[in-house]
Design a protein around this ligand. Sequence first.
Ligand SMILES: C[S@@+](CC[C@H](N)C(=O)[O-])C[C@H]1O[C@@H](n2cnc3c(N)ncnc32)[C@H](O)[C@@H]1O
Length: 565
Amino acid sequence: MPTLEWLNKKEAVKTADKVPYKLLNIKPELSYGEQNGNMIIKGDNLEALKALLPYYKGQVKCIYIDPPYNTGSAFEHYDDNLEHSTWLSMMYPRLELLRELLAENGSIWISIDDDEQAYLKVICDEIFGRKNFVNIVSVNMKNIAGASGGGEDKRLKKNCEYTLVYAKNYCFLPQFKNAFDYTEIWELIETYKKNNVSWKYNSVLLDSGEKEYIGSTSDGEANEIKIYKRNNPMIVSVKQLSINQNLTEKQVYYKYGHKIFQTAMPQSSIRTRVMKRVSELHVNSDIYSIEYIPRSGRNKGKLYEQFYKRDSFRLFAWLKDVSDEINGILYKKTLQGTYWDFVAGTKNLSKEGDVVFPNGKKPETLIERIFDMCTNSNELVLDSFLGSGTTAAVAQKMGRRYIGIEMGRHAITHAAPRLKKVIDGEQGGISKSVNWQGGGGFTFYDLGESIFDEKGNINKQIDFESLAFHIWFSETKMAMREHKKSPLLGVFNNTVYYLLYNGILGDKKVNGGNVLTSKIIETLPKPDNKKHNKVIYGEACRLSLDRLRKENITFKQTPYDIKAG
Ligand SMILES: C[S@@+](CC[C@H](N)C(=O)[O-])C[C@H]1O[C@@H](n2cnc3c(N)ncnc32)[C@H](O)[C@@H]1O
């Protein structure tokens, strides 16, 4: 596969591996509300993402990032002016770590503009795999802060930005939810009229008549297609029905929406076969219907009825098949495309979240649309270029769990205060549309010391729980799913892992309970009744080699045998 080369790319590819694992320190004075797992981390996202791996590898359902676009500008809160290769070297290892954090059915959405879009696409293809590329969404950011550059020199004015979308694994990516644009049918009809475009859904099959079997034909796989003529059907135009029933045309659409149709002449082999068979049968009717089980398409496998009109066999195309009824109102639904216009309508972006963040803040509606499409309530989302905190604010309002990382001081001056207001029930942005009433909370962290020194030795300050996460991660390459309060870390590939550290068995004396002895081995909790190999981490071991062998125990000494994951 063709790849991108730049100065120092070789180093960039190795960077993520070399980043030290660091401790995350809780800052209670900057945390707020319920302490329920939501995290705001102040620090360089390279180190923060690495610190998260033992806890969250493979668990994030959706990542949204809005990195500096490298437009050569210096904004009030951050610089956007890295040398081109340096920008690529900055992005590469971060994207690699983000990929590791994504769940198998997760997706990453990356905002960018035309300066680096093409380069970003190529490195993303390399990191995520071309087969996992989903879309590039063009977002109309006209009149929105940050998208008004250009136009002063020879270039055109930029009013579009792009969002690159990749799946962790395209095969496991679920169908996007709610990925439709809805227009109220009557509103649409009026627009058509105003623009002199003909609106064709204007016939009503008031009565489909009595069906009379006239014969059968078959589809390409020899499956039966039954053909009926319809006796005494009644078709009227919307206009006529409105006169007959003293209704407005709008009322007819709402009352008879499921019976309204237009006719079309599709190139379909089924239609050709039915026409041929009817002509052989020498039958005449105003309306015919057929019944068969389609082998493909949206009605695959179900008994399906289709109607045709007269000799030309025009197919009935139903309004209900291209619309949805929501609260008694018919909406025409069109599959959302890759041009997103709705964001351009954002009013007062600068006031959203009650924080001033010029040239960078994203509208809450943009992130809402993304989370709505690819996450469910309580799933974990992440933004490692958090800026003023938009992603976390939206996640909080939509009931998603979240992690936000920001290295600038605005993590403290903007993101955290914005979230506090959200938790207190702030009513800007998407609050009204999601009926936000307040609640929840977050824990604020900064980056602490490294867990391992340059020689790979463990930091003596580390507590039992953090060490447990790191040992489990280094042994299994998986994130541990729960905080451990016992020496039993879990079972992986028929091996049970234990950690004797910091007096986890209750004995707080120096070395108390941290040394593997005959007595200690009896007290270790068992995961189940199965026979497993055992890996036991402790400060020392008093058991003979023979006993270790007999009981399938591998003893590993802390701190020397602990390897960075
Ligand atoms: C375009 S802004 C994001 C704005 C955000 N989407 C919002 O709505 O407020 C990019 C942010 O990334 C932050 N950033 C840049 N490099 C970073 C890094 N290495 N680690 C963490 N944050 C970083 C900048 O400080 C800036 O706040």
